[in-house]
Design a protein around this ligand. Structure first.
Ligand code: P5A
Length: 446
């Protein structure tokens, strides 16, 4: 993409309404624009990152054997009356009446809708296990929407639902989700720690939240610092293997880590040596639940088991805050100049800065780099504006592309361009061809 043809409305001023750095940077980098309280338009740069995050989530869910689909945003209130949650959800639920006077709602979550689909089409244990998921907009009329996409009213969630014959099978689904979430967050450059939490309006008392530690996080958390040494890495876990998934769950949840809802000061003191006890704040980027037969019993979602008897299925639901993740990643990865995107989610693979637009050699070298990178399947952002170098660097630093290739007449006389890492700030002078190869190598397999 050439910057002169792109739509990147960066702001010079720091927006006064934004209280936390990720919100400020998303506004300044022209990623989002508030449409109304807690509701945002996703401008091209923000939309690109949102799509990259969605793509990682899809790939990891499909790897785990979960099946993508799409349910609507608007739901009928009748289903929610069946489960008994129409009243439970209170004012957070946006209620709508259609022209025929029918009660509708903008879905805050989809347990009822998916259970309705299941009961209409599945009636035998032979069709289990089954896990369906989608990535769809949700609406929760939060009393205090704030921090930009972090606590929105309209927000994008990946929500998945497992259907199993019994509790053991459903707990395997739970473990599979835990493994796939650890992999997903690491691919996004994040460390998200599973912590024992509370079921809230979703239900169930077996649930973990995934928290990214950050001072601006809305949740208070208590944990054993040893947990931050755990890395999922690129281990290959067989999602069909009950012991392998169980082992990952045990490894990542055996140390004390809880949100304030379930924190137990006495257990904390008994289980964790004082030097390793931490109280901090965290951003909740996902939550997994096992709630058994709560919805299947209320809504009559049963299957005929191997013994010929009808039995309600065991279920769980599993959510990732896709739009919130943009804020969480920026909170975890930025400096005073702007965002620093991890390679896994960056909107463009690298920037190309032409120090002297209009100089024949510099223009030609930039065009050459642009074509060579594109031919390798990479997406560079070429700053081809007739701006001074300082302004171009400031824009690149603000929008946070992890790599920058700087091209100027002086370097070209020596046959070199400059390759700079946004994270370390280190630069090296190399030939344009070597720069292209290096960028291709960095992104190989991503
Ligand atoms: C699990 C999937 C559920 O709704 N039902 C379907 C279950 N869980 S949850 O924890 O309530 O939400 C899942 C994730 O969505 C993100 N989230 C939000 N993101 C932005 N703004 C909000 N107002 C908001 N509310 C929830 C969180 O990341 C949460 O973990």
């Amino acid at each position: 993409m050439r910057l002169t043809r792109y739509f990147l409305p960066v702001l010079k001023e720091t927006p006064s309404e934004a209280q936390i750095v990720s919100h400020r940077l998303m506004l300044r980098a022209g990623m989002i624009k508030q449409a109304s309280a807690g509701i945002y338009s996703w401008l091209p740069l923000g939309y690109k990152v949102l799509k990259r995050i969605e793509q990682i989530v899809h790939e990891e869910q499909i790897r785990a054997g979960h099946i993508p689909m799409l349910m609507p945003t608007l739901q009928s209130a009748d289903l929610w009356r069946e489960s008994g949650r129409y009243d439970d959800y209170g004012q957070e639920m946006l209620r709508i009446t259609d022209r025929h006077g029918r009660d509708m709602l903008y879905g805050p979550t989809n347990e009822e809708l998916i259970t309705d689909i299941f009961r209409a089409h599945v009636s035998s244990y032979k069709d289990l296990p089954l896990t369906l998921y989608h990535i769809q907009w949700k609406f929760r009329d939060e009393i205090r929407p704030r921090f930009g996409v972090m606590r929105g009213r309209e927000f994008l969630m990946k929500d998945g639902y497992n259907f199993d014959l019994d509790k053991d099978a459903a707990l395997h689904a739970y473990n599979r989700h835990l493994v796939s979430y650890l992999r997903s967050y690491e691919r996004m450059g994040l460390q998200a720690i599973p912590m024992r939490a509370d079921g809230g309006p979703i239900g169930g008392d077996y649930t973990h939240e995934f928290l990214v530690l950050a001072e601006t996080g809305e949740s208070e958390v208590f944990y054993d610092s040893a947990i931050t040494d755990l890395k999922f890495g690129d281990r290959a876990v067989d999602y069909d293997s009950v012991p392998e998934c169980q082992a990952v769950l045990e490894e990542f949840t055996s140390r004390y880590a809880r949100t304030d809802e379930t924190h137990d000061a006495a257990a904390f003191a008994a289980q964790v040596p004082e030097a390793r006890r931490r109280t901090a704040r965290g951003i909740e980027v996902g939550q997994i639940f096992y709630f058994g037969t709560k919805y299947s019993e209320a809504m009559g979602a049963t299957v005929v088991g191997p013994d010929g008897q009808r039995t309600p299925v065991h279920m769980g639901s599993h959510g990732i805050g896709v739009s919130r993740l943009l804020g969480a990643i920026i909170e975890a990865s930025h400096d005073e100049r702007g965002i620093i995107w991890p390679e896994g989610v960056t909107p463009f693979h690298c920037g190309i800065v032409n120090l002297k637009q209009g100089d024949a050699a510099a223009d030609a070298a930039c065009e050459g780099l642009y074509k060579a990178l594109t031919a390798k399947g990479l997406e560079p952002l070429y700053d081809d504006r007739a701006e001074r170098a300082g302004a171009k660097f400031a824009t690149m630093d603000l929008i946070g592309l992890p790599w920058r290739i700087t091209v100027g007449p002086r370097g070209l006389e020596k046959g070199v361009v400059e390759l700079t890492s946004r994270r370390s700030g280190e630069s090296e002078e190399i030939s344009p061809e070597a720069a292209v190869d290096r960028i291709a190598q960095i992104y190989a397999g991503r």
